[in-house]
Design a binder for this molecule. Sequence first.
Ligand SMILES: [Zn+2]
Length: 419
Amino acid sequence: MSKTKDYNYTVTERFIRYVKIDTEADPKSTSFPSSMKQKDLAKILLDELLAMGVADAEMDEWGYVYATIPSNSKNENVPTICFCSHMDTAPDCSGKNVKPILHKNYTGAPITLPDDTTQIITTEKHPYLKEKIGDDIITASGHTLLGADDKAGVAIIMDFAHFIQKNPTVEHGKIRILFTPDEEVGRGVEHIDMKKLNADYGYTLDGGELGSIEDESFSADAVEVTIHGISAHPGYAKGKMKHAIKIASEFVDELPKDSWSPETTSGRQGFVHPTSFSGLLEKATVGFIIRDHETAKLKVYEDRLKEILDKVVAKYPGVSSEFKVKEQYRNMKEIIKTVPFVTDYAIEAMTRVGITPKPVIIRGGTDGSRLSFMGLPCPNLFTGEMGIHSRHEYVSVQDMQKAVNTMVELVGIWCEKSK
Ligand SMILES: [Zn+2]
């Protein structure tokens, strides 16, 4: 029988409160957290953890929230498990004055958002909603994103902590809770104190569809290409000027148009993707991101990109170029395959609560990719957050409850399996 049977979930009430707190990250900021308002939510989480009896909960100077639920298991071999989610929301869509709307017993009919009636959430645009008929769906009101990414994860972890505190007979090992700022601007792990965190394995709660589990991400590099042209007064430039902007444009135009790009690839196919372009007559710079699930392929892509560049530049004697590669993150599978049980236990937990596990390959990275390489193998579990980074963002109440349920089973499985 489910351990959470008869439990009055607090996840929905928490979620509705947390999304109203603006925690939009600022990609232009150099401070940490990138926007100080993220600490508003951190403080609330801190107070709520303390109020539920999680005595060592703390917020550090960077806005990270750390907390421990001590083990109640007689088994001393249970590893410390960390559950992690991010408090910030994506800057792609406003997170100010979010007005969550609860649509009880969703019928499958289009949902028109009242503050902007041109915003209509339909099952055609969001096929997953077809599976959610009969669920209670939460949306925003039309002007903002909802912030289910990742306040669904935050609310799920908080409700899980609440459940564990209220049900002292449910067995678990030592649990560490971590809430991070600035995941959406790629800086979420920048100031994590891994020593202080002191956990053996982790899970981020930042996935989408019910049952999804992600333990494989892209490997990622960035490349910066600089082209040095030859400047001359435009009135007297004949035969002298070599225009860096034009040469850089020619270089970008040489990239394949039917492959090797985000818009032409899916599944396990990698890509090379220009993300910035700036220049003057004398100097132009093109920024790229390079992605593939196989780390070794990044070098192959980079060599090919450099070949294309060299070929273009060679047409213009006197023009020179630079090609700088910067490692960004690596496929977390490289770490997790050495400890496959971390994923296996989560899959078993889902099976026990009656969910069909759906392993998903991420075409991106998560904080879990970085954490895995920082010593904390960290797959990503579902939260129900969907349509993220947009005004159509939504989440199913029942999906969030099932995530709480999965966590409760999961900590029990760690006790059973640790000998
Ligand atoms: Zn997220």
